[in-house]
Design a protein around this ligand. Sequence first.
Ligand SMILES: CC(C)(COP(=O)(O)OP(=O)(O)OC[C@H]1O[C@@H](n2cnc3c(N)ncnc32)[C@H](O)[C@@H]1OP(=O)(O)O)[C@@H](O)C(=O)NCCC(=O)NCCS
Length: 177
Amino acid sequence: MLRYVREDDAEGLRRYYGREDVTRHLLDGPWDAEHAVDQARYRSGRKHITQAGFATVLVAELADGAEAGRLVGDISLWAVDDSLSHGEASWVMDPELGGQGYATEMARAVLDLGFRHYGMHRIQAQVESRNQASARLCERLGMQQEAHLRRNWLIKGEWTDTLVYGLLAEEFAAGET
Ligand SMILES: CC(C)(COP(=O)(O)OP(=O)(O)OC[C@H]1O[C@@H](n2cnc3c(N)ncnc32)[C@H](O)[C@@H]1OP(=O)(O)O)[C@@H](O)C(=O)NCCC(=O)NCCS
């Protein structure tokens, strides 16, 4: 189940953002407890896309079973420019629950939100070039690799390459039918 972030999600987010293997390809992390509290508070205020740079930030939680309510991962969608029709998405999963298609399920739902609710015409994802799991996710979603940018992001002191994946509204609609 996807829902908005709450301030009391700090511990649930830290469970996976506290891991080095999860944050290896991300700009920051691993998180400590204080950073998790700050992030949960900040993200709980990110609900609507009303201007460039503004995001909707959602967490996915297990909806039923013995671990109902456990956070599976989180996903953000924001507007790249003031037209609000060009979006970008970013996702992170708890690896203990990885490899079962949950990230694919939450990303499809957020692409649907971007294209159908916000009326976006293009949604992109930027992936550190060695992040094979994220690149495979883009491909499962029907996104096309459009660019390979060289040494354009400074991640934890290292200049890294970025793969840019994109999906157009008509491609998403065709894949849904
Ligand atoms: C990127 C990330 C979210 C992908 O997570 P994931 O667990 O591979 O993705 P899913 O939950 O969709 O699971 C897909 C995998 O499960 C398999 N799978 C099993 N059942 C499935 C199902 N019903 N539907 C889809 N895939 C399924 C797929 O084959 C795939 O495995 P493969 O990649 O080895 O082929 C995760 O690796 C992550 O959080 N990484 C750290 C943070 C990060 O780098 N984020 C990206 C920033 S750009």
